[in-house]
Design a protein around this ligand. Structure first.
Ligand SMILES: Cc1cc2nc3c(=O)[nH]c(=O)nc-3n(C[C@H](O)[C@H](O)[C@H](O)COP(=O)(O)OP(=O)(O)OC[C@H]3O[C@@H](n4cnc5c(N)ncnc54)[C@H](O)[C@@H]3O)c2cc1C
Length: 316
């Protein structure tokens, strides 16, 4: 289906090949805009037909219903990168992959983002969740961005504070805006610093590959707890907020399995698709884990993974 000669809207498009779990049914409609104008056209298409919308990045943090998504899936292919060398400011489209962005930075003598090396995802998905790795949060690098309102298609420029970033949170969760592009403040680096940063990138990737599964998973399935949700304290008197701590103690790592979905032998908070899992298998497994944690610790872990296309919330 062609709208306005620019944006192509396709029907009944498979999504299992567009997400990291490699499960889920098709999209009723699908568009991959390459410019902000095409994005506006896709939004107008959905608006006119009163369609539900989902914005897809690389699908590295989502689980799609086996019934698919009965609306319009927009996967922004906004891949432009521009650089203000003097100010060390870099603007990247929401469809740019984080790993491509990191390589671009290192090739242009800019450092900072390499701390996120090896994490799959686009700029859009990463701003949405405020990408995190140990002490680093993506918000630390963001200065401004362009966002578009899903209903009015109005584009505005916003600064970092607009996003109200928190752990696993940005305003994009709760308000009808999509990211078009984001501008990052980076640090200029000489040859020696770049060599060090490249080494750091390679070391982080090596470390991640040794410690975590890298395929057919969404990374951490459950988010860490907030302080107020837990009572257990570490020796230093701090609250034990790490969900993996509780999951490890249950001994489910590499053991618990439902259909083709299994808890990774490398990490207790990572569910993997053994190759023949359905999204329902993954959900059944996640629910079993929730019940085990609830029974043993009186708390219920909540998903970090976004659940897409479900008519009713499928977890506890
Ligand atoms: C092996 C593996 C390891 C991982 N390790 C980490 C890690 O260390 N740290 C970490 O934080 N995450 C990690 N993740 C999760 C994932 O990499 C991040 O959440 C990533 O940012 C997801 O990006 P994406 O483009 O794939 O988003 P998707 O999964 O496609 O979408 C995620 C959410 O972002 C929204 N979104 C996407 N684009 C836009 C946009 N343009 N505007 C508004 N909303 C948008 C979607 O609607 C959806 O709600 C890991 C995942 C995997 C598979």
């Amino acid at each position: 289906m062609n709208v306005n000669n620019n944006i192509v809207i396709s029907e009944h498009v498979p999504l299992h090949d567009k997400n990291w779990f490699a499960t889920g049914g098709p999209a009723r409609y699908f568009a991959a805009p390459t410019t902000a104008e095409e994005l506006q056209e896709a939004l107008a298409f959905a608006q006119k037909r009163d369609l539900e919308l989902f914005i897809l990045g690389k699908g590295a943090n989502i689980l799609i219903s086996d019934n698919g998504f009965d609306g319009l899936v927009i996967q922004p292919h906004l891949k432009q990168i521009s650089l203000d060398k003097e100010q060390s400011l870099l603007t990247a489209g929401s469809g740019v992959s984080m790993n491509d962005l990191i390589n671009y930075c290192l090739n242009h003598h800019l450092i900072g983002l390499e701390e996120f090396s090896g994490i799959p995802g686009t700029v859009g998905g990463s701003v949405f969740i405020n990408l995190h790795y140990f002490n680093f949060l993506l918000e630390q690098f963001i200065v401004e961005a362009r966002v578009i309102h899903k209903n009015t298609c109005e584009i505005k420029i916003v600064d970092r504070s607009w996003f109200q970033f928190g752990y696993n949170y940005s305003r994009l969760h709760s308000e009808p805006y999509l990211l078009i592009d984001a501008t990052f403040q980076l640090k200029p680096a000489d040859d020696l610093m770049i060599a060090y940063a490249q080494g750091r990138r390679d070391e982080i990737i090596r470390h991640r590959q040794a410690r975590y599964p890298t395929q057919k998973t969404c990374g951490s399935f459950f988010r860490n707890f907030f302080d107020h949700e837990v009572t257990l304290e570490e020796n230093n008197g701090k609250k034990m907020i790490y969900v993996a701590y509780y999951l490890d103690k249950l001994g489910i790592k590499g053991q618990l399995q439902v259909g083709g979905a299994k808890v990774s032998h490398q990490h207790a908070n990572m569910i993997i698709n053994l190759g023949h899992a359905t999204s329902n298998d993954i959900l059944e497994l996640a629910r079993t884990i929730q019940l085990l944690v609830q029974k043993n610790y009186g708390i219920i872990p909540k998903p970090e993974c976004q659940l897409i296309g479900f008519k009713e919330y499928p977890l506890l």
